[in-house]
Ligand binder design. Structure first.
Ligand SMILES: [Zn+2]
Length: 403
């Protein structure tokens, strides 16, 4: 098959492109970065020969170029119906630099891998989808379906400047198919079809600040601990259902961040601010969980006779993609043809751009790639063979079986 040979012929270009992408830092302003503009400009130069190249940038004064870039590019097929591959331009910061064995923003090739921040998340898939399209162009063949690439900003910090903006533009058709290559397994043997609902909560518990030797009985820290521990225990026992599609197969409710309170040991804090990260299996409505949390909040507020406030920091729910969806079947057939096995399906507690598509009514949405799962870690890497082999899957996806 000419297209597969063309992908293989691009192997060295793919390695170089990923190394170059790693070297163009693209971090959201929330995390102290300057956005993705330069990375987008670099990619624009690699899009000759595409039938459509469009930009859907969003103004953002916080970055020096003033824009958060979103690129849409297409290679036309016989049909308008499009298989879209959506990956993100931004990366998270390096974290503790002492944990890195190579400089985080330098692409270093070693033992069949490319090391660097963003190598796996999501550089590998930017490159694999890009060269899948380039291989189709190079082959001179016209696939059945149009292949669309979307490179979005702001995935790591909420997607307001990225996929949420692009989804408002009427670019996508309800008949289209979507692959989000932002979560995967080391062999590529699992396709993600569902994501748990995400609920992030902020708790503000009020008390009365006083000298620690003269307690007034309204210690915000103690009240918060009592409230959150009780809430934690009750949420786990009320919403204890299992759903074996997911890893792990149950809802999770985890108290996480806690804001600093007083500076000294001998003052009782008058305010306690903390957070909880909940990932809820679709067997429960998020509203039902919120109602239950409200009951516990009002009980503790009454008991302590002092205010407890809850703020929703993030709430995302999306319906699962049916297992018999066309995109799942197509991915399974293509992977079986190239790798000799049929992948299974699963759900995750994490959150990718797939949830925004599913939430917007695009039911033909799958998240898939082949990756060791080292996103956000120190010494993040991409296995070069995974990048090339995923490009092969993407390159023949728009063709009819047997082409
Ligand atoms: Zn990612």
């Amino acid at each position: 098959m000419k297209v597969l040979d063309a992908v293989e012929g691009f192997r060295d270009d793919m390695v170089k492109t990923l190394c170059d992408l790693i070297e163009i830092k693209a971090i959201a302003p929330e995390f102290g970065g300057d956005g993705e503009y330069k990375k987008a400009e670099y990619l624009m130069k690699l899009l000759d020969g595409f039938d459509v190249v469009e930009r859907y940038d969003v103004e953002d004064e916080r970055v020096s170029d003033g824009l958060r870039p979103n690129i849409v590019a297409k290679v036309k097929g016989v049909l308008e119906k499009t298989i879209w591959i959506v990956s993100h331009l931004d990366v998270v910061p390096e974290g503790d630099e002492r944990l890195w064995e190579t400089p985080p923003f330098k692409g270093v090739v070693k033992e069949g891998k490319i090391f660097g921040r963003g190598a796996e998340d999501n550089g590998q898939s930017i490159v694999s989808s890009l060269y899948a399209a380039k291989a189709i162009i190079e082959s001179g063949l016209t696939p059945k379906y149009t292949l669309g690439l979307v490179f979005v900003a702001d995935e790591e910090a909420g997607s307001n400047y990225g996929i949420k903006h692009v989804l408002k533009q009427k670019i996508f058709d309800k008949e289209d198919l979507f692959v989000i290559p932002d979560i995967g397994t080391p062999k590529g043997d699992m396709i993600e079809i569902a994501e748990k609902s995400i609920l992030w909560l902020k708790f503000v518990v009020h008390g009365q600040q006083s000298h620690a030797s003269m307690p007034s009985g309204l210690n915000a820290s103690r009240r918060a601990m009592e409230f959150i521990l009780d809430l934690d225990k009750k949420l786990h026992s009320k919403f204890n259902g299992k759903n074996e599609l997911f890893v792990p197969p149950y809802s999770t409710f985890e108290p996480t961040k806690r804001e600093k309170n007083v500076d000294n040991i001998n003052t009782i804090p008058g305010l306690d601010v903390s957070y909880m990260d909940c990932r809820i299996i679709p067997d429960y409505h998020v509203e039902e969980v919120l109602d239950y949390i409200e009951d516990i909040r009002s009980f503790h507020q009454m008991k302590g006779n002092s205010k407890i406030e809850i703020e929703i920091v993030q709430k995302v729910s999306s319906p699962p993609t049916p297992e018999n969806a066309q995109i799942i079947e197509k991915l399974r057939n293509t992977i079986e043809e190239l790798r000799g096995f049929r992948p299974g399906v699963y759900g995750i507690g994490g959150n990718t751009c797939a949830s925004f598509f599913r939430k917007s009514g695009f039911t033909e949405t799958a998240a898939w790639c082949t990756a060791d799962g080292v996103a956000h870690q120190a010494n993040e890497y991409c296995v070069i063979d995974n990048m090339v082999e995923d490009a092969k899957v993407f390159s023949i996806l728009p063709f009819e079986p047997g082409y």
